[in-house]
Design a protein around this ligand. Structure first.
Ligand code: MG
Length: 464
């Protein structure tokens, strides 16, 4: 073969590699931004009348906004376990009917046998960083560095879990806007960086770290999991945002989060990475309605955080990847945080183990190339299955308000709602749709029969 033929072949290969990279087929960077207790109706692009979210609105306009995107947990700990493992929390023991989440004295955490997205991607050569609220076990053996993250800075659990001795009893401390009432520590890796960080600075500090992480890792593929502490109560915003929103303090906090997303996307653009970075924005559960004006809005959906009504688990879901995800698309198919694990694995070329996964590769939805076949989505409250969605139909086997003292109500036959006609779940139509109900019940029975019992991680405590 003469020199010119070899050169032409080499150039051809280089062009093919270049074209493949520009089409995003090289390993893409993955950024997941997770808000805490942000409701379905809390963003401008989801219809909020007074909270201003220009950066998330722009992200949606440049990418895809899901109308029916779900977290697989109704509260913090289970939803985060599901996000990182692609599995219903009942499979990992990260749920419990009474305790519901890990607490500041909990002994448990995400079992080491569970494979996280960070481990999957680190094995594929990714740099992995986590910034923000973890809530999957705060003892050293459970923290992000033990679950595949090269870098970690953040709070080990919710910002309300360690009130100080001087904080008033009951709900008053939540509305007092006093940082001195709270002492949830800020960790760097597995050590305490600050025992009592100023919560007004958290959104800004997380953002600065996220921007730095992107800048420092722009040459290698990276996975960044940015899990904001807010708008979980107690609410705090920095001076730059405090008192600015027409929607009060809750609006200030969400508008600062929106600023944060703008900073992250700007850094992706500045680093020249927008053509090979998938960014997902979502929330771990619905709004905490019992905190009144310090809680958010589920928009037209019923109930909020803690419940298996739509407002508890249907959350904002925005996906952004210029050049790959069609811009300005509204996606009305169901999407799940459970889908992120198999989707990202596919994009990174990572093989899946035999572990049961509950989501599907949602690339056809994201890239506008088709639909996906999925099993009905199951709504768990703690370790009990309350409801299931198949297509537009949702059956409730049990219902209960989110936080009240009411007991669960068992429904036989189940309640049935058509979420297309009735997103607020007002009109039970079980009487005329027996076939649909039977189909949903059959799938639920199959799921139950396939569950392998594991011990819950949420009960045992350390110390007193
Ligand atoms: Mg939450």
């Amino acid at each position: 073969m003469n020199f010119w033929i070899i050169l032409l072949i080499a150039l051809g290969c280089a062009t093919a590699v270049g074209a493949s990279a520009t089409r995003g087929e090289a390993k893409p960077n993955i950024i997941i931004i997770y808000a805490d207790d942000l409701g379905y109706g809390d963003l401008g692009c989801y219809g909020h009348p007074s909270i201003r979210t220009p950066n998330l609105d722009r992200m949606a306009a440049e990418g895809m906004r899901f109308t029916d995107f779900y977290s697989a947990g109704e509260v913090c700990t289970p939803s985060r376990a599901a996000l990182l493992t692609g599995r219903y929390p009942i499979r990992s023991g990260m749920c419990h009917n009474q305790f519901r989440v890990l607490r500041s004295k909990s002994k448990g955490g995400l079992p080491k046998e569970e494979v996280t997205l960070a481990e999957l991607l680190r094995d594929r050569g990714y740099r992995t960083g986590m910034i923000g609220k973890w809530h999957l076990g705060h003892l050293p053996e459970h923290l992000p560095p033990q679950h595949g993250f090269d870098f970690y800075l953040g709070l080990p659990f919710s910002n309300d879990m360690m009130p100080t001795a001087e904080a008033p009893k009951g709900r008053a401390k939540f509305f007092a806007e006093k940082n001195e009432y709270w002492e949830t520590p800020l960790l760097l890796g597995t050590r305490v960086l600050e025992a009592k960080p100023d919560q007004r600075t958290l959104t800004r500090r997380y953002t600065d770290e996220a921007v730095k992480f992107i800048r420092m890792n722009q040459k290698a593929p990276f996975f960044l999991y940015l899990a904001h502490t807010f708008p979980h109560v107690p609410l705090f915003a920095s001076d730059q945002f405090h008192g600015r929103s027409p929607a009060g303090l809750y609006g200030d906090v969400v508008e600062e989060l929106d600023w944060s997303i703008g900073q992250v996307l700007d850094q992706v653009r500045k680093s020249g990475l927008s053509g090979r970075t998938l960014v997902i924005f979502s929330s771990d559960n619905g709004p905490w309605l019992t905190y009144e004006h310090h809680g958010g809005s589920a928009g037209p959906l019923r109930e909020g955080k803690g419940s298996t009504w739509e407002g508890g688990m249907r959350v904002p879901g925005i996906a952004w990847w210029p050049g790959r995800i069609p811009s300005g698309r509204i996606q009305r198919e169901v999407g799940l945080t459970l889908d992120l694990f198999p989707t990202v694995a596919k994009l990174a070329g990572a093989p899946l183990s035999k572990t049961v996964l509950d989501g599907v590769d949602m690339s056809p939805l994201l890239f506008g190339t088709g639909t996906v076949n999925r099993e009905p989505f199951l709504y768990y409250r703690g370790s009990t299955l309350y409801a299931a969605r198949m297509g537009p139909w949702k059956a409730h086997f049990i219902s209960q308000s989110a936080w009240g003292s009411d007991k669960p109500v068992f429904h036989d036959p189940p309640l049935l709602f058509h979420l297309g006609l009735d997103p607020g779940e007002k009109w039970n139509c079980a009487g005329t749709n027996a076939v649909v109900l039977a189909q949903i019940q059959a799938v639920v029975e199959k799921h139950r029969a396939g569950l392998v019992p594991v011990p819950t991680q949420l009960v045992e405590t350390v110390g007193h």
